[in-house]
Design a protein around this ligand. Structure first.
Ligand code: EZ4
Ligand code: CO
Length: 409
């Protein structure tokens, strides 16, 4: 079998997505997700200008060889744009291989290790009544694990708080990228946040009881000693995890956090290779790996990363916000079902237009996801519908402190 075409399709139904479609001489096609929030066109160019010409004529079955070739022949290694592009190729090739085998992808990864994939949803509120309402709504949707994000007195706009209900009256989960030509400015105050958050978790525990798994995302805003303090303060509320407590490109910082708290830690949604985790995993400084299949080199690289983590009883918590397209979500679900050290899967749910562009066979039943039994990934792209929604500039916000200093967002 030979690759005869590779097309990069950029579309913006509810948000921007970069999709790679690889076509073979036998008529099989495979899809990969190369979406990188706020930098979509860079990945599209990397693929179209520099990767597609390398793919034409290659044997699509040689996935490992293609991965190594794309990684090493570029000379310039790693980085979010490169690794998102490699991931798109890798996932599209796995889709083709599984279709050629007539099996859902998880079968090629060793078969199912569980019957369903526990997912968590994003609840949020500007105050406690709104937050409780959001948690109840997520429980009604079937979620059995809930991420809790809240506004903070004195801060105008905080990451993770759904602004308002959608036009259809339903609450749409928080989508951080805004369709504006420039990134929006938000504000931040770590001391106000550290004072407020434990009270919110106390109230949520009092309202919803001890059993419900609760998660929280610190979104890279704290120093190590602040993160240590927060982890300690949240211990009575038994979090499933505290995510991205510090900007973890400084892996050593987690030693300090770890010395002070038993709150489980999850890190890695902005990482793109196993090298970003070397110290974190080897020294058991985290409990969950947050990488996205789409940002960390695809199924091939994620499998190796998660096998490395498994040696240290570290589990998966694969990134699944709306900026992972249904193609990227499906790839994550096949991996989740197959690996032994599965932890939990983030699942924000896409909007109606996205679901029109990407026809999906994965299911969400009673809080559990399943990738379905279609050969391959189980996702089809409707290119005609996609063409109705051209790229729209959209950016993640950024933070400034009260004195005007730029802060991590
Ligand atoms: O802010 O995916 O845990 N989930 C997150 C996400 C990220 C966005 C950035 O593109 O932190 O909501
Ligand atoms: Co996060």
């Amino acid at each position: 079998m030979k690759i005869i075409a590779a097309d990069v399709i950029v579309s913006s139904p509810d948000r921007n997505f970069v999709t790679l479609k690889i076509t073979t001489d036998e008529g099989l096609t495979g899809l990969g997700d190369g979406t990188l929030n706020g930098r979509e066109l860079s990945v599209a160019s990397y693929l179209a200008d520099h990767v597609v010409p390398l793919l034409i004529g290659r044997d699509p079955h040689r996935i490992e060889d293609t991965w190594q070739f794309l990684y090493r022949s570029a000379y310039w290694r790693r980085g979010p744009v490169t690794m998102a592009a490699i991931a798109a190729v890798d996932v599209a090739l796995w889709d083709i291989k599984a279709k050629a085998a007539g099996m859902p992808l998880y079968q090629l990864l060793g078969g199912a290790s569980r019957t369903g994939i526990m997912a968590y949803g994003h609840a949020s509120g500007r105050d406690l009544p709104e937050l409780f309402d959001s948690i109840r709504r997520h429980l009604d949707l079937g979620y059995r694990s809930i991420r809790v994000q809240t506004s903070v007195p004195g801060i105008n706009a905080v990451y993770g708080v759904a602004a308002q209900p959608g036009v259809d009256g339903k609450r749409y989960d928080y989508e951080p990228a805004q369709r504006t030509p420039l990134p929006a400015e938000e504000d931040w105050d770590s001391r106000a946040y550290l004072r407020h958050l434990p009270e919110v978790f106390e109230a949520v525990r009092n309202e919803f009881g001890p059993e419900l798994p609760l998660l929280h995302d610190g979104h890279h805003r704290m120093t190590p000693i602040q993160a240590a303090r927060l982890g300690k303060a949240l211990e009575p509320y038994d979090l499933f995890w505290l995510e991205d407590c510090t900007p973890a490109e400084n892996q050593e910082a987690l030693r300090l956090v770890r010395q002070h708290t038993t709150t489980p830690l999850a890190i890695g949604e902005v990482f793109n290779t196993v090298w970003d985790y070397q110290t974190l995993i080897r020294e058991q400084l985290i409990d969950y790996v947050r990488s996205a299949v789409t940002h960390t080199g695809g199924i091939t690289a994620m499998r190796k990363l998660l096998d490395f983590a498994a040696q240290y009883q570290i589990k998966s918590g694969i990134h699944g916000p709306t900026d992972i397209s249904p193609v990227g979500m499906a790839a994550a679900l096949h991996l989740d079902l197959a690996i032994h050290n599965f932890g939990i899967q983030e699942y924000m749910q896409h909007g109606a237009l996205t679901n029109e562009v990407f026809r999906q066979s994965f299911t969400f039943t009673d809080g559990y996801l399943h990738p379905g039994e279609q050969p391959g990934l189980g996702v089809e792209l409707d290119e005609q519908v996609a063409a109705r929604f051209p790229y729209v500039p959209a950016y993640l916000p950024f933070n400034r402190l009260k004195d005007g200093t730029v802060h991590d967002w």
